[in-house]
Design a protein around this ligand. Sequence first.
Ligand code: FES
Length: 381
Amino acid sequence: MGSVGRPAAVAAPARTAGWHRLPVARVEPLGDDAVAVTLDVPEPLAGTFAHRAGQHVTVRHRPDGREIRRSYSVCPPPGERDCLRLVVKRLGAGGFAEYATTRLARGDVLELAPPKGDFRLAEQPGAHHVLIAGGSGITPLLSMAAAALRDDPHSRVSLLYASRASGSVLLADELADLKDAHLERFHVLHLLSREAREAELLSGRIDAGRLPKLLALLGADTDAVADTDADTDTGRERWFYACGPRGLVEAVRQGLAAAGVQPARVRFELFTTGGEAWEPPARDHPARPGGRVTARLAGRTSTAAMEPGDRVVLEAVLRARPETPYSCRDGLCGTCRAKVTAGVLTMDRQYALGEAELAAGYTLACRARPETDEVGLDFDA
Ligand code: FES
């Protein structure tokens, strides 16, 4: 999974670089094609792997000399906030997910980079948090729901969760338990895209047109929001969070925008499904061969030359600093976020940075192409 919908405020994430080998404590099946993987975090690394609800870690998998990096939201069971648990869903043959869902076992060791990411709950006491999840997008949102209910007794949480069928609803038992523990403050609505449900509205996909009706069922009708950004009955500030594949997140953003919800009240995070077409910058459009990239990472500065065939600055930076953080290489997860310190870079498209971060000069190395011969990036900023 990759992240990220960004909060309006720019907050520098912890930029602890480096990989850590963590033993697997448990691997538990979740339905037919997913597992929950719990890692043991040794005491000396407890601070490094401390996480806030909504953050993700990157796993580095190196089969047969290849290197695969994948990001997963940290998704502790609701009663175990510090637990480093990841939910890994198989999307196709090969790759880390297939390995994790078929062969990974207790006692194996995984290489992880520390938690990062700015997808987080609004710090607004007593808010109504409206969460919209698609498939594996439930993982950061379950964690955020549990955190809001636990840490703010005046908050309210509503969850709209779209899955393919009842058998593919991830973490259904934990959601039900959380609901039972907070009957007055946590409301959940399941939508199934490939299974007929009694109420027609609850069968099919989430789209911009149906979204207001679905939210109304959760007591989060958007009619009132346009004027007040608050619940009409209680006056609670209302915040929206979406996580899932690009199509779902786009539909939610469009639907909320059409309803007049302020963009600053909508936070989102995307992940790649492997089935979606996401085009890399064109190979036949090399990015300024001969140019130079200066990169600061973990307190050390290195310089690399752009070579013919390089499309984005990350390719050059990785030659000089192979430990540079990245995961999706698709502009989705935000792992490669860096501040531009010199020159000009442009991105064709990206989903990980919010307007405030762009205005503050951040870019994504995996999508950024230099427009000047000299560019500088600070991965520590
Ligand atoms: S590596 Fe995911 S946004 Fe760049």
